[in-house]
Design a binder for this molecule. Sequence first.
Ligand code: XIL
Length: 334
Amino acid sequence: MRYSYLSSAFLLLPAVSAQLNLFARASGKLYFGTATDNPELSDRPYVAQLKNTLDFAQITPSNSMKWFATEPSRGVFNFTGGDEIVRLAKKNKQLVRGHTCAWHSQLADWVEAGNFDKKTLESVLDNHCRTLFPSSSYAWDVVNEPFNEDGTFRETVFYNTIGLSYISTALRAARAADPKAKLYINDYNLEGLSPKSDGMANLVKKLKAERVPIDGIGVQGHLIVGQVPTTIKENFQRFADLGVEVAITELDIRMPLPPTRELLEQQKKDYQTVIAACKAVKKCIGVTIWDWTDKYSWVPGVFEGEGAALPWDENLTKKPAYYGIVDGWKSKTK
Ligand code: XIL
């Protein structure tokens, strides 16, 4: 009696064989999450999955908290887009990663056109970061993409006008405005050991020594199928050993189009490798994919002839990559 009751109850259960956030949590991580963008929020099947906390416990707005959107003219702030995403996340009990304050790209034109002197630009930057906070985010990519590939600093309007101290100006403003948010510096091609990731490690060491508030290193994770670095775990561990947390903030693994079965299988392995590296490093606290479906990936628009970078295809169907992520979370760590 009892057993037949149990087995029929099991038949009624949905197949909970794989869930990205559940597996992340079971691996001791805080979240698995995804980026999203405001225009996508009118796509109902898309939103239904975005809200699925079994897969996503965290959301990053991929555009609407950037400078061009939040301070389009000096002193005129607009939080409409960012707030829409924060509201959705809050309603679903999902964490938010704010993105981003000090960045050379998608800046508002007036910041460069103003030809501000050092003091003025410092106060413009301070005011921008201070005003973006607090906005109920768990964490913020306060500084984005400050490095060149060789580990030297990118010559942006902030670096050229203010000098390296623009980074501490941004971080201090963020801390003052929202003492609880985790403050990150975020960049791409930081996954493995390289001159660029050396540059990041040295910067964080220096900021720590100077008591500048810095809580985390964001590793974007815009990768290419078949070219995932082999030193991710070592690199994450040396970042963590500096006394900061590490997060994979913008993961996608692109391929030449059209996708073939071989490429999709290699992509599955590549996702598994990246996730297993995060799992193996205690202070790698979470992973965010840069949107979850190929329907809304930024890749085809920027890397000609490439795409299919995400775990769901354009029809919102799971690809092998999805199960690669699950396998990564299930992997044994030493
Ligand atoms: C991308 C967005 O996804 C696109 O929609 C936009 O057109 C360009 O920016 N690194 C970052 C992100 O830090 O902000 C970028 O997002 C992708 C690269």
